[in-house]
Design a protein. Structure first.
Lengths: 164, 454
């Protein structure tokens, strides 16, 4: 009787084991995706010089003041990149990401020498918004290969405060 | 199994020590999280955790008193229950206060936080009611279902902060923004959140074995934990969106979030993921080999982590347009991405209910044949069917005695089912002290039979 009872659970046990196998498949896919977008062995000695993050006026397209880490929602800001700190033929690009991970400002990708006139990379307000959304903003300069970013050459984080 | 009929145990099995150890680890993680967060980030979550520790202690004490009241010391039940209720209320109030003051108030304000909580309460309560009713033969006690939900809402949400914060810090400073970073963040969420939620089900499995019978119970407890987590996460996201988009668009964004999490995704997402963990633990409950138990528990946990990961990592592959079709897309996305995991829960639940139903029918018949008087042969077909049980209660009420008789017959039926369940566990050698428990339940049925006339 007990042995027969023990057998009752087997279909359930096999089902959960099968689901465990499915889970391993899903996680393996995730691992492959991660390695594809985060390729190993792409690290070089290149490093970009980010001058800083400054207050910005979109009418004059000029930055002003000191290098800052936080801004109010009404304050425009931009990163300033010294593209000459990179080899001229290196294909690079710069992007601002808001706290939702959306790109809210960019330059490139292009060979570093072609970005000489684009040292200032400003943040644009999220679509449909008049002011910047609060939260952390990530600025990265990336090296590209075959149209895909493969290495981060420099990064800065700026905070847009909720109040103000 | 039956709380009311529980017997006095002679000492505690080793699993209680494992459970106590796990609780110790949880408290340690919370303490380290609180101190680490406070020192390192000097940020809101850190302070919230520091103040959140008393909440965890209150809930622990309340759970202990609740168990004592029902399980150990019936003579002081009322006093213990009052104390447990008071502590739980204090814990919930304290936690809400922390949420309001330290997390949401300075951004969205206490009124918005309160409105969000009130909006999420009826939907979550409804879902808990539905989930508890899934166990057609032997419903789990409300106190444990609510304790599971409270763990999900309060303890699990606190437990994940340290791990997820550290992971995010490292990822943001080392990985490329884009799908790789999203996959990494999704893995972190799946791993830490499912571990934190699943711990509640594992603790119930270790410490409340009498109330944890099989895969069905595991699914019920797991889903309850997930619903609690979803409740707190809904409030957090709603208030966050309200605070960043402002009064006008913020209310709309919070409303959309409420619909997505509290209506459309109520039984998907967290409820399904943690139900899968519960299913694994529930299946392990009925396995004799330690290796098979570990494999079942690990499989349940893995599929929960994978489901959570898949949603978070691959959400971007199902973009929502800015047209009217977006309404259809939002629903399709949930059904296509989370639907398969909810379907897995449904399959396990149906298999479990079928297994449980057959086993109970067999045990009810065997008890009837034994001549103990606890179950009569003519009662077997009635007790084997939830619908027939309801009709029997209804007929008893209809005879003129009203809801009181309905309740009496219901209690008798529950006790009889508890006895059948106990017999099933004894047959499978799944209980610590089978004979003492079984005889206690049998006597309880006979006592109730004298009071009720089915």
């Amino acid at each position: 009787m007990a042995a027969a009872g023990a057998d009752d659970v087997r279909p359930l046990y096999r089902t959960i084991l099968a689901l465990g196998a499915v889970a391993l498949g899903i996680l393996l896919l995730g691992g492959i995706e991660f390695v594809y977008f985060e390729p190993l062995g792409e690290r070089t000695s290149n490093q970009v010089r980010i001058e800083g993050v400054f207050a910005y006026d979109h009418q004059t397209r000029q930055t002003s003041g000191a290098d800052m880490d936080s801004f109010s929602r009404d304050q425009e800001f931009a990163a300033v990149v010294d593209w000459s700190s990179l080899p001229p033929e290196l294909v690079v690009g710069a992007n601002w990401y808001d706290s939702f991970g959306d790109v809210v400002g960019s330059a490139g990708p292009a060979p570093a020498r072609e970005l000489a006139g684009q040292e200032v990379v400003p943040v644009a307000a999220h679509s449909g918004q008049e002011r910047n959304l609060p939260g952390h903003y990530l600025f990265v300069v990336e090296r590209y290969e075959n149209g895909q970013p493969v290495e981060v050459l420099g990064r800065r984080i700026a905070l847009v405060k909720r109040s103000g | 199994m039956a709380a009311q009929a529980a017997y006095h145990r002679q000492g505690r099995p080793a699993r209680y020590r494992i459970a106590a150890g796990l609780v110790g680890v949880v408290l340690l993680v919370l303490a380290v999280t609180a101190v680490f967060d406070y020192r390192s980030f000097a940020d809101v979550p850190g302070r919230a955790l520091l103040f959140g520790l008393p909440v965890v202690v209150f809930i622990g004490l309340a759970t202990y008193l609740g168990v004592e009241a029902f399980d150990r010391d019936p003579g002081r039940r009322r006093r213990h229950l009052l104390l447990a209720g008071g502590l739980l209320t204090a814990a919930i109030l304290l936690w809400l206060l922390i949420l309001d003051v330290f997390v949401f108030t300075q951004d969205a304000g206490p009124v918005v936080a309160l409105v969000c909580a009130i909006a999420c309460l009826p939907t979550t309560a409804f879902a808990l009611w539905v989930v508890r009713r899934l166990d057609r033969n032997e419903k789990e006690p409300w106190r444990l279902v609510l304790a599971a939900a409270a763990w999900g809402a309060i303890v699990a949400t606190s437990l994940v902060i340290l791990g997820e914060s550290l992971w995010e810090e490292v990822s943001v400073y080392t990985l490329l923004p884009g799908p790789g970073l999203e996959a990494s963040t999704a893995f972190s969420a799946g791993l830490f959140e499912e571990l934190a939620k699943g711990l509640a089900v594992l603790l119930l499995f270790l410490a409340m074995r009498d109330e944890f019978d099989d895969v069905v119970d595991g699914i019920v407890y797991g889903a309850a934990v997930g619903l609690g987590f979803n409740f707190m996460e809904s409030i957090a996201y709603m208030t966050y969106l309200f605070s960043i988009f402002g009064d006008g668009a913020g209310a709309g964004a919070a409303g959309v979030q409420w619909y997505a999490r509290q209506v459309l995704g109520l039984f998907f997402g967290h409820a399904s993921y943690t139900a899968l963990i519960g299913a694994g633990i529930g299946i392990a409950r009925q396995l004799s080999s330690r290796r098979a138990q570990v494999l079942a528990i690990a499989s349940g946990w893995l599929i929960a982590i994978a489901g959570h990961f898949a949603w978070d990592a691959w959400l971007t592959f199902f973009p929502i347009s800015h047209s009217l079709f977006a309404l259809v897309e939002i629903h399709l996305r949930t059904f296509l991405m989370d639907g398969p995991f909810t379907a897995m829960v449904a399959v396990l639940l149906l298999l479990g209910l079928r297994l449980e139903g057959r086993a109970l029918e067999r045990q009810l018949g065997a008890e009837a044949v034994s001549g103990s008087g606890a179950i009569m042969p003519y009662e077997v077909p009635v007790l084997s069917s939830p619908w027939q049980r309801f009709l029997a209660r209804w007929r008893a009420m209809d005879r003129g005695a009203g809801f009181r008789e309905y309740g009496r017959v219901g209690r008798l039926q529950n006790a009889q089912l508890d006895l059948a369940m106990e017999r099933w566990h004894r047959e499978r050698k799944e209980i610590d002290e089978p004979l003492a428990a079984e005889e206690a339940l049998r006597q309880r049925v006979l006592r109730l039979r004298r009071q009720a006339t089915p």
